[in-house]
Design a protein around this ligand. Structure first.
Ligand SMILES: NC(=O)c1ccc[n+]([C@@H]2O[C@H](COP(=O)([O-])OP(=O)(O)OC[C@H]3O[C@@H](n4cnc5c(N)ncnc54)[C@H](OP(=O)(O)O)[C@@H]3O)[C@@H](O)[C@H]2O)c1
Length: 295
């Protein structure tokens, strides 16, 4: 296989757009498809071939990289392109879908002769744009040489968790990591709502925490977004809600009671119902008020 890979990126939302751009910047031949093509079109200025037809994106591609919202979306899109897939192509399934759906996608890959990589990523919009994601990956050794070139273009590190993507071991790791992300983000929204409700100055909250182990950079980041009322999405409330539900379901499947994750999912669902679904997950803040006018 030549040095230049032909890579089809399916899904150019917040994450997929930056990943497609970095793959092109690394010298690969990148075709990008997105359901709403207007979201993909700006990539043309960065050496990415934007295509309106998803089958055209995958035809003869060495690698198919999916970065879509959830498992059902990935399956729909892959079913649509199935006749155009090249047998033996590598499929890097990077969307967060949870281990169960990832298993169903791995079965699709087996039926179509694809080398399947269970490959969710850690990191948000900015790391996606700067090629600094952490890729969590499981998949066959035969796919590694190609996978390494793809993952090196989009990430700063790949954590290999096994040679079999079928059971979704990297997706399981991703859910555990995201349960922490969601817990911290929901807690930040709640801390800021409580400070507002009790007329406590957030600066004094930070002064009280300063220098201690709980003075988390992430708390500062999301609290600042709330203080600035800047909810431009790095990770939307609706995508976070999808992940919170995946965490709860995976926990139930394992015989666990994940009370924090379940409460976080309810909180995100409430924020979404209040109209904040497309905003950054920091907007879970609004779910903390009985009367939204108090926020
Ligand atoms: N943002 C983050 O911080 C982050 C970090 C790590 C992992 N992830 C994961 O990465 C994936 C993408 O997230 P994102 O943040 O990039 O979300 P996003 O901006 O909302 O993009 C979602 C993508 O999925 C597409 N899509 C949704 N439903 C579809 C359907 N039924 N058929 C076809 N396409 C569909 C969207 O197309 P349209 O543009 O047409 O709506 C868009 O391309 C998700 O699994 C998310 O959990 C996100």
């Amino acid at each position: 296989m030549s040095e230049t890979l032909t890579v089809a990126v399916l899904g150019t939302g917040i994450m997929g757009a930056g990943m497609a751009r970095n793959l092109a910047a690394a010298g690969h031949d990148v075709r990008a498809w997105n359901r709403t093509i207007a979201r993909a079109e700006p990539l043309a200025e960065h050496g990415v071939r934007v295509v309106a037809d998803s089958a055209e994106a995958v035809r003869d591609a060495d690698v198919v990289l999916t970065m879509l919202l959830d498992g059902p979306a990935v399956l729909d899109v892959m079913n649509a392109v199935a006749p155009a897939l090249r047998e033996g192509a590598v499929w890097a399934q990077c969307s967060t879908v949870g281990p169960q759906a990832q298993g169903e996608l791995a079965a699709f890959a087996a039926r179509h002769g694809l080398l399947f990589l269970d490959a969710p990523v850690v990191g948000t919009k900015q790391p996606a744009e700067s090629g600094q994601l952490i890729v969590l990956a499981a998949g066959p050794t035969a796919a590694r040489p190609v996978a390494d070139r793809v993952f090196d273009a989009v990430g700063r590190r790949t954590v290999w968790v096994g040679e079999d993507g079928v059971g979704g071991p990297a997706s399981a790791l991703k859910l555990v990591v995201n349960s922490w992300v969601l817990a911290v983000t929901n807690a930040t929204g709640e801390v800021m709502a409580l400070a507002k409700g009790l007329a406590v100055d957030p600066d004094q909250v930070f002064a009280a925490l300063e220098g201690g182990a709980l003075d988390l950079p992430y708390l500062h980041l999301k609290a600042q977004a709330i203080r600035d009322a800047d909810y431009a999405a790095s990770f939307t409330v609706d995508a976070a809600l999808k992940d919170a539900r995946l965490v709860v379901a995976a926990g139930e499947g394992a015989g666990l009671r994940l009370d924090v994750a379940a409460a976080g999912a309810e909180r995100l669902a409430r924020a979404s119902a209040l109209g904040h679904g497309e905003q950054d997950m920091a907007a879970n803040y609004f779910a903390g008020f009985s009367d939204p006018a108090d926020a």
